[in-house]
Design a protein around this ligand. Structure first.
Ligand SMILES: Cc1ncc(C[n+]2csc(CCOP(=O)(O)OP(=O)(O)O)c2C)c(N)n1
Length: 642
């Protein structure tokens, strides 16, 4: 506790001297470190940013915290993760992220994995009182209760969320927490915290389900060093708090009980101050990382991605049949594979029947989720980061929005923010797209503009049953989160396997010298139809089924452009900030590619409008073969002089 306080003090000085950037002090929260006395190797903690003392108690060295403070290469995250954020694979500390409450659902996912593995490991989630008003906290608590998971939620109630007093808002005070699983304790008293945590962790290890320790304490200093709490707190309040300092309380208690003398205490403080000072001096001199661009995605595992894959049979199969069989194979081959999603259990087996028969044959491994997308992705992150292979389903991509935080801020940043120490090999299956009657605005989106915009997320789209199998196998081998957008219009189309091809890149679906049509998912078929129309006019086009949006197969696009010099990109997503627009921007801004162009490239797209309900209106906003053909004709007419 004293080392933590001294680190706070040292960092405060450094920031004021302009030698550090940001500090989130843990002063007043130190007694929570006593929770760690009940933890074993193999347990996981999910800290927030005020858990400096907890991190130290779990085994993080002050020297490592100092490196992280200066954002140095050898600190956690190598200068990417903010200061006062903690993480260690070795010590079972999941790397903090700043969005309040974001750690709750992964902590539950980890606990679910531990329970499924029959291990005794527990998960401890630290969260502030104001942050308990985030929806993800309730989703996490509900799932932990539903499954009786070994999760301890430690709430640090310091009475404030930055400057906002929380007394009238906390779930405890407004009666939103079930008292049978919650205990309110004095979070300034390290002995009380240790005792309560010991009892709670024993309950968790006995399989009795989650506990909440509601710890009342004080944030002795301002929220961060960019904040000044004297603006919103009276001097009296600040003085009263200082008199309840947890370190002084513990010191006095130890002295009274004869376990410590004043002289020992002074000597300890002097030794700690010297060590902390030395750690920060050394960290300040330590090297910076060379760059911040590595570890967005893992390098592709070439060995596990065969260049050609053929489906088990040469008969016609639908995407639902082929992918369903592949899911079955994955479950049979790898005990780490788990499936979770809305309505995926038998007898329904998913709203599209993708998982039909699987929950009966793999009991406990194909599980209906609650109707809560953040729970699906958040639990997936906790599982994936602790050794599982979650293959989770989002019922329709349109409904990913409630899980945006977990996907974009959590899953996609994990590898990068820990500089490769952690990864999130989560496979997400998400039916998507329009061209089916009655989808309307909320069952017709593809939204790849959102997903491809997020560094750290792989995004792939099949257009045939065989491609769905190939992309799924590759995703299962990848060490990063992969979103497989499955065009639901293609689910029941029977198709023969395609001839042999490179299974991990774009796929040339038609060859021709005049123009390159790049498409993915639903627009591949439309583009092939357009190519047939154009062939009747003597215009012979190439159709490249991109399949991989991230990582994008640029070499295949370049190879085709070298041949044709004309580019038409076809997408069902809307235009602005879309993936198609990005492709065009890339091709026109790379000199090498620009030099290949013989005509202005075209984007055939849905305009910036939502997909309407009535099929005729839907048709009116989506690309079709005649629009694609028009765009090709345009490029044939408007040639740049070469
Ligand atoms: C989702 C989100 N919204 C807003 C913020 C900005 N913010 C950072 S900390 C904080 C207050 C958190 O208060 P509490 O949970 O009580 O923790 P404390 O800082 O008091 O320890 C806010 C609003 C954020 N980080 N994340």
């Amino acid at each position: 506790m004293a080392t933590s306080r001294e680190g706070d003090r040292r960092e405060g000085i450094l920031v004021r001297q302009g030698r550090g950037f940001l500090q989130v002090p843990g002063a007043g929260h130190e007694a929570l470190s006593a929770v760690c006395a009940s933890l074993l190797p193999g347990d996981w903690i999910f800290p927030y940013y005020r858990e400096r003392a907890v991190a130290l108690a779990r085994g993080v060295s002050n020297a490592d915290i100092a490196l992280n403070f200066f954002g140095k290469r050898d600190g956690i995250g190598a200068g990417r993760l903010m200061s006062s954020h903690f993480g260690s694979q070795e010590l079972g500390i999941f790397p903090s992220a700043t969005p309040t409450g974001i750690q709750c659902l992964p902590s539950v996912g980890m606990a679910w994995g531990a329970q499924k593995a029959g291990s005794q490991a527990v998960s401890v989630c630290f969260i502030g009182d104001a942050s308990t008003r985030q929806g993800e906290f309730y989703e996490a608590l509900c799932f932990a209760l539903q499954e009786k998971l070994p999760v301890l939620f430690v709430i640090a109630d310091n009475g404030y969320g930055i400057s906002t007093p929380t007394a009238s808002m906390t779930p405890w005070n407004i009666g939103a927490l079930n008292p049978s699983i919650c205990q309110r304790i004095d979070g300034r008293d390290a002995i009380a915290v240790a005792d309560a945590a010991q009892a709670a962790v024993a309950r968790l290890r006995a399989g009795e389900g989650p506990c909440v320790l509601w710890c009342e304490l004080d944030r002795l200093w301002s929220h961060t060093l960019s904040d000044d709490h004297r603006v919103y707190r009276s001097l009296e309040e600040i003085e009263e708090m200082a008199a309840r300092d947890p370190i002084t309380l513990l010191r006095d208690r130890l002295i009274e009980s004869g376990q410590l003398t004043s002289a020992q205490w002074k000597a300890d403080l002097a030794r700690i101050a010297e060590q902390v000072d030395a750690d920060y001096q050394q960290a300040e001199r330590a090297p910076l990382a060379a760059d911040a661009t590595s570890n967005v995605l893992a390098p592709r595992n070439e060995k596990s991605s065969p260049t050609t894959v053929s489906t088990s049979s040469r008969r016609e199969e639908t995407m639902v049949e082929a992918l369903g069989a592949e899911l079955r194979r994955a479950l049979a081959d790898d005990p780490r594979v788990l499936m979770f999603g809305e309505d995926i259990e038998d007898p329904k087996g998913g709203v599209f029947g993708l998982t039909r028969g699987l929950s009966n044959d793999f009991p406990g491994r194909v599980v209906n989720s609650p109707l809560a997308e953040a729970t699906i992705i958040g639990a997936g992150v906790g599982l994936a980061a602790t050794g599982w292979k979650p293959v989770f389903e989002i019922q329709f991509i349109d409904f990913l929005a409630p899980a945006f935080n977990q996907l974009v801020n959590q899953a996609a940043t994990l590898r990068w923010r820990s500089d490769g120490q952690f990864s999130c090999p989560l496979v997400l299956l998400a039916p998507c797209g329009a061209y089916l009657p009655a989808g309307g605005p909320w069952h017709s989106q593809t939204g790849e503009g959102w997903w491809t915009h997020t560094p750290g997320l792989r995004v792939v789209v099949p257009s045939t049953p065989q491609c769905a199998v190939e992309l799924f196998r590759d995703a299962l081998n990848a060490d990063d989160p992969t979103l497989i957008l499955l065009p639901k219009r293609l689910f029941r189309r029977a198709a023969l396997p395609l001839p042999e091809h490179n299974a991990t890149g774009a796929l040339l679906r038609r060859s021709g010298p005049e123009a390159t049509i790049v498409a993915w998912g639903n627009t591949v078929e439309i583009s092939l139809d357009a190519a047939d129309l154009l062939a009747q006019e003597g215009i012979d086009t190439e159709v490249l089924d991109l399949r991989y949006l991230v990582p994008c197969d640029w070499p295949s696009i370049e190879t085709s452009l070298r041949k044709t010099g004309r580019l038409i990109v076809v997408q069902e997503d809307n235009a602005t900030a879309s993936f198609g627009a990005t492709l065009l921007a890339h091709v026109t801004s790379e000199t090498r590619l620009w030099d290949l162009l013989a005509a202005p490239p075209q984007l055939v797209t849905r305009p910036d409008v939502h997909v309407p309900f009535h099929p005729k209106l839907e048709e009116s906003v989506l690309p079709d073969a005649s629009r694609v053909a028009d765009a090709v004709r345009l490029t044939m007419r408007h040639s740049l002089s070469l």
